[in-house]
Design a protein around this ligand. Structure first.
Ligand SMILES: [Mg+2]
Length: 227
């Protein structure tokens, strides 16, 4: 294995169609009795515990570790039902790229996501994509996205019994937070303009590569030097 791809989930691999947001609102209501909204709370590129903390603060609820855990348990319970929605789908070309990489002798792939591990499994499993990811870093590791990179690198090394030089590691995501997270570990970065940010906005973050979407498998493999 020579190249390592570390994938974000929402807006990069799948369009979640607001499922995560609806599950958060349901959790707020069921666990804390608040009929709330997500207005004023940034979701894209943030971690689940970070979002939970901001939402509890917004409604002036206590936000101890225990409260956040309660909130997120409810969120995970509400999530599967919310995925049955017409706007929830894999983004263009994603299933093809993941299958191709999974069978590629020189490219490894894992997750680097603000989702909890169980949330990632629920969201990707819904599209039968979870099976492509033998390891990853999740917001169980830290509520701060920039802390997640070293966990992903360590698990990649453990899983493949190999070191990946940072010039062959690509952190792939749809927000400036993903690009910052990749830069924090000295990796290459790929911005994908299928989420809330345009290609121009992702270029402005000085991502190594910016693509409109992932519909061209061959072009993507070329871009990461893995034809
Ligand atoms: Mg994302």
């Amino acid at each position: 294995m020579k190249t390592l791809l570390l994938w974000d989930i929402d807006g990069t691999l799948i369009a979640s169609g607001g499922a995560g947001g609806r599950a958060l609102i349901a959790a707020l209501r069921l666990e804390f009795g608040v009929a709330g909204s997500l207005d004023g709370v940034e979701l894209a590129g943030r971690t689940d515990p970070w979002i939970a903390r901001k939402l509890l603060a917004k409604y002036e609820l206590p936000a101890t570790a225990k409260d956040i855990a309660r909130f997120l348990e409810r969120y995970l319970a509400a999530l599967p039902a919310e995925l049955h929605h017409p706007l929830v789908r894999p983004l263009p070309g994603v299933p093809e790229i993941l299958v191709t990489i999974a069978g590629h002798p020189e490219v490894a792939q894992g997750l680097l996501t603000g989702n909890l591990r169980r949330g990632a499994e629920i969201k990707l499993g819904h599209h039968d994509l979870w099976r492509h990811f033998p390891f990853g870093a999740f917001s169980d590791d830290s509520e701060f996205r920039n802390d997640l990179g070293p966990h992903a690198l360590r698990r990649a090394c453990e899983h493949h019994h190999a070191e990946f030089p940072l010039e062959r590691v690509f952190v792939i995501g749809d927000t400036p937070h993903d690009i910052a997270c990749g830069k924090a570990i000295g990796a290459r970065t790929i911005g994908v303009a299928t989420g809330h940010y345009s290609a121009a906005e992702l270029h402005a973050t000085a991502a190594t590569i910016v693509v409109a979407d992932l519909s061209d498998t061959l072009a993507f493999l070329r871009a990461v030097g893995a034809e």
